[in-house]
Design a protein around this ligand. Structure first.
Ligand SMILES: Nc1ncnc2c1ncn2[C@@H]1O[C@H](COP(=O)(O)OP(=O)(O)O)[C@@H](O)[C@H]1O
Ligand SMILES: [Mg+2]
Length: 220
């Protein structure tokens, strides 16, 4: 009985991932066509190019997750530039701002090559910034400050939104813990699990009325 159910689940995974992949390739193909036409017409708006780059990065992240579902290709750590990766993640996260009034301060002091799976690392940073955006009701500020020091690349992400109550702070990395109506409670859990598997970490430095700060530390 149980084996029948498992094979049904496996079939479903294959079917769903096949469908997702088909539609990902449609999105990818059309964003490339749009880019080509913009280049041809000499269109110069950097925001539109930035949006297309974000779509392309998101497609890669979805594709990586679909691959994960089939557990074919677990993780591919490669050398990537810390500063570039952090800045790319901020651009991607801005899609979640919607109609809020959020000021971003991004300062990556210096950089280094880190050996990590780029899509997974970007996913972690995006998750943290998305939470920061969600904690701000209407107007606020998010800062992303990076520094390479003492054999570590450190990224601090702060916001001045609604804080995590002190009695809940020990639970936020638990699988499924959420304080949101439509939250999943997987973001921080997945982030910590992945970073820990790479000899790296994420922690909540502080959360009070004036500021909530998360710190990602990547060991070099
Ligand atoms: N920047 C933040 N400010 C306030 N609360 C936060 C912040 N980041 C995370 N949290 C808290 O941690 C919980 C877990 O976050 P996460 O794992 O990303 O799941 P989700 O976003 O689906 O709730 C959130 O529901 C929220 O209560
Ligand atoms: Mg989240």
């Amino acid at each position: 009985m149980q084996s029948v159910q498992i094979s049904e689940i496996e079939d479903r995974i294959k079917f769903v991932s096949h469908e997702i992949r088909n539609h990902l390739s449609v999105c990818d193909m059309y964003s490339q066509i749009i880019k080509k036409y913009l280049d041809k017409d000499g269109y110069k708006n950097p925001s539109v190019y930035n949006a297309l780059n974000c779509i392309s990065q998101s497609l890669q992240i979805i594709s990586m997750n679909v691959t994960d579902l089939k557990s074919v290709n677990a993780s591919e750590p490669v050398e990537i530039d810390f500063k570039e990766c952090a800045e790319k993640s901020v651009e991607l996260s801005k899609a979640y701002v919607e109609d809020k009034d959020i000021e971003f301060e991004v300062f990556i002091k210096n950089t280094v090559n880190i050996k990590i799976d780029e899509n997974r690392f970007i996913s972690c940073i995006v998750n943290i910034i998305k939470n920061a955006i969600e904690s701000i009701e209407i107007k606020g500020k998010i800062s992303v400050i990076g520094e390479v020091k003492d054999n570590r690349a450190v990224l601090k992400i702060s916001n001045n939104g609604k804080p995590v109550p002190s009695e809940k702070q020990c639970r936020i990395f638990d699988c499924g813990y959420t304080s949101k109506k439509s939250g999943s409670g997987y973001g921080l859990y997945i982030c910590k699990k992945y970073l820990n598997s790479q000899n790296s970490d994420i922690e909540l430095v502080k959360s009070n009325k004036s500021e909530t700060t998360f710190k990602i530390t990547v060991s070099l």
